[in-house]
Design a protein around this ligand. Structure first.
Ligand code: ADP
Ligand code: MG
Length: 216
């Protein structure tokens, strides 16, 4: 029996009448595996994550999550039913919610919401920002809130699109360690897009290179 969380099969995508941004792409990720994608700007990395998340519909091919088909030419399971975490660059936080409320947003009400939120604020060193609103904090701080929020619901499968790029290098390296610990204790499956080959080799076990919508 296959142990794959994600299977992408002969996937192609074009935006309207443009050239293909994803070309006949195949990818399989096992449960608990951490995989990164690197490649030049515009090669299709974010598009691939958006297709997997269900935010775009493919022109051709199929996507399976936990063995179930979630995307094909004729069928698309809505993003919220895919149970995948996604952290994007410049992630818009909910502007009318405080840092604390943003982090709590995805936590199931019956769980120890407060404890989870405080642990994550500690981890991301944003405790003192707890009651601030997104417009009152810096870009790097917003990114740390977005990272805390992405871990709060304890996703099985997390996709991150250049999640650490707005952080200074000292904080980045301490976060790598903390995240690795969390991922290995939770057995989180990770698909990470990054520009940084050092980050890719620290954070993931398998490094893929994308060029013009294909893996090299
Ligand atoms: P990357 O994340 O690797 O930088 P993207 O997936 O964002 O690349 O983009 C892949 C290609 O698709 C690029 O040529 C880009 O210009 C194009 N593209 C991305 N988003 C859109 C969109 N919403 N509409 C039209 N073209 C887009
Ligand atoms: Mg991108």
């Amino acid at each position: 029996m296959s142990n794959s969380i994600l299977k992408v099969s002969n996937l192609s995508h074009s935006y309207e009448m443009n050239d293909l941004s994803i070309k006949n792409l195949n990818l399989e990720i096992d449960a608990g595996e951490r995989v990164s994608i690197q490649g030049p700007s515009g090669c299709g990395k974010s598009t691939l994550l958006r297709l997997i998340a269900g935010l775009e519909e493919p022109s051709e091919g199929q996507i399976f999550i936990n063995g179930d088909e979630v995307s094909s030419k004729t069928y698309s399971l809505p993003p919220e039913k895919r149970h995948i975490g996604l952290v994007v660059q410049d992630k818009a936080l909910f502007p009318h919610l405080s840092v604390y409320e943003n982090i709590c947003f995805g936590i199931r009400k019956e769980s120890h919401q407060d404890q989870i939120a405080y642990d994550l604020m500690n981890l991301m060193k944003i405790n003192e920002l707890k009651d601030k609103f997104p417009h009152q904090i810096s870009g790097g701080e917003k990114q740390r809130v977005a990272l805390a929020r992405s871990l709060a619901p304890d996703p099985n499968f997390l996709m991150m699109d250049e999640p650490f790029s707005a952080l200074d290098s000292e904080l980045k390296h301490s976060i790598y360690n903390d995240f690795l610990e969390i991922f290995s204790s939770r057995k989180t499956t990770l698909l990470l897009v990054t520009h940084d080959s050092v980050e890719a080799s620290i954070m993931t076990q398998r490094q893929l290179i994308m060029e013009k919508g294909e893996f090299k």
